[in-house]
Design a protein around this ligand. Structure first.
Ligand SMILES: Cc1cc2nc3c(=O)[nH]c(=O)nc-3n(C[C@H](O)[C@H](O)[C@H](O)COP(=O)(O)OP(=O)(O)OC[C@H]3O[C@@H](n4cnc5c(N)ncnc54)[C@H](O)[C@@H]3O)c2cc1C
Length: 406
């Protein structure tokens, strides 16, 4: 039986309590709206107070993402001692001695840092505190159905039968977004023939606030700086290799990663055991429906090689807040014209990031011979040449850098 909720009509209901949903809810409530977050409660992350305990889910947050979190007063609530800046990035084609490195620097990009490495647990703790201070209602439930047929609201049915009503529904329920399916939005999904293996290490040499990346037969290996002499690994490895990495003893894993990274950080010691994540590309037909918008992984999933998935999601939130803040006073929050403004504002940035990450992955990090998208087609069969082309093209480097910091 469906029971209408006595809480009346919300301005916005955000479905999903990941970093993107939490930020969207916080931002919308700071616009003076009545907002609730709806998601099933997740097990509390284990405390990371010990100096030797580091979350292996880390995010490279761009200057634009930092600016959004500063505006929402979340950035200052992060534990700053656990955040590491990235001033340089060095990228290599593995096993190709003499091939030029790709170097990106904060100085050349005229930004304070290229990115900041933040642990997932640090980010979600700061967002959780900000949400409760802002008075955002937190509803612990799974959404089971959505009905957008009423003229002035959308209705969400929760597990257990409660019905919540809202002018706008924001879908932030992740890559497999049940809300997206309920809204009838089609998604195209392609699995990469890789898994991301993540782990943290203590390093024998200082990282000098630099992030490293190697592309090659072994997939794409990235080492990101953590505070002190520590680094976080994201190794997008072919399935078989990922299995081997996950099966290694801590000592064998440390040695394997040190070798694959040309010992740039000296000897390594495992701090956080290896974990793996599936890698896929998800492209949706639309990011809006009647009285609903999709943000974050619900709207797009890209390969993590450039560490931009979460940043794209923060870009969605910034665009949505902008559209909401600039709306004409007479316009309802679920007005189709407003939603179309949001969709238009994000279309180009999302498509460009998908093209860049997917193209680079297929060109340099995947040796299965999958066809390349149009822009990179001239580089097929000439990976070595392709690398030199990217490394030697200041235009392409500027484009890549512009993506990385925006
Ligand atoms: C290995 C790896 C490394 C990465 N590194 C980076 C990086 O360095 N920088 C970067 O920018 N990005 C990175 N990414 C991408 C980033 O992890 C994602 O883009 C980001 O976590 C997506 O956040 P989200 O809030 O959209 O979704 P999620 O974090 O998946 O949150 C989804 C939420 O929806 C809830 N939910 C699900 N179903 C329902 C339902 N029926 N009803 C209600 N709620 C529901 C869930 O409980 C959860 O709270 C990386 C990804 C991978 C795999």
């Amino acid at each position: 039986m469906h029971r209408s909720d006595s809480r009346g009509v919300f301005d916005a209901l955000v479905v999903g309590r990941g970093a993107i949903g939490a930020t969207a809810a916080l931002g919308l409530s700071r616009c003076g709206l009545r907002v609730a977050v709806v998601a099933p409660a997740q097990p509390a992350p284990s405390p990371l107070d010990g100096p030797g305990t580091w979350d292996s889910r880390v995010f490279a947050m761009s200057p634009a993402s930092r600016a959004l979190l500063e505006r929402l007063r979340v950035w200052d609530a992060l534990d700053a001692a656990r955040v590491a800046p990235v001033y340089d990035m060095r990228v290599y084609p593995s096993g190709r001695e003499g091939a030029p490195e790709l170097h990106f620097g904060a100085y050349e990009a005229c930004v304070e840092a290229l990115a900041w490495i933040v642990e997932g647990s640090n980010l979600s703790a700061a967002l959780g505190r900000a949400l409760s201070f802002a008075g955002v209602e937190d509803i612990d439930a799974r959404v089971e159905a959505v009905d957008c047929t009423a003229p002035d609201h959308a209705a969400l049915t929760l597990a257990g039968g409660h019905v919540l009503r809202s002018r706008l529904v924001v879908g932030a329920d992740g890559a497999r977004s049940p809300l997206r399916t309920m809204l009838g939005i089609a998604a195209t999904e392609r699995d990469y023939p890789q898994q991301a293996v993540v782990a943290n290490f203590e390093t024998g040499l200082p990282h000098r606030d630099c992030a490293w990346q190697w592309f090659g037969e072994h997939g794409i290996l990235a080492l990101l700086p953590l505070p002190g002499e520590r680094a976080s690994m994201v190794w997008s490895a072919p399935q078989e290799l990922a299995g081997e990495l996950l099966g290694h003893t801590p000592e064998a894993l440390a040695e394997r990663v040190a070798q694959a990274s040309w010992h740039v950080l000296g000897g390594l010691r495992v701090l956080t055991a290896a974990q793996s994540f599936p890698l896929r590309l998800i492209r949706v037909d639309r990011t809006i429906a009647t009285r609903a918008v999709l943000v974050g992984d619900a709207a797009h999933v890209v390969h993590p090689l450039s560490g931009q998935g979460m940043n794209l999601g923060f870009g969605d939130v910034a665009a949505l807040l902008d559209v909401v803040a600039r709306r004409e006073p007479f316009r309802d929050l679920g007005d189709a014209l407003l939603l179309r403004r949001y969709e238009r504002a994000r279309r180009e940035a999302v498509a460009a990031m998908r093209l860049t990450t997917d193209g680079l992955q297929r060109l340099f990090g995947d040796h299965t011979g999958l066809p390349l998208p149009g822009l990179l087609q001239p580089l097929v069969g000439a990976r070595e040449l392709g690398w030199r082309f990217v490394a030697g093209s200041s235009w392409l480097k500027r484009r890549l850098m512009a993506h990385a910091v925006s």
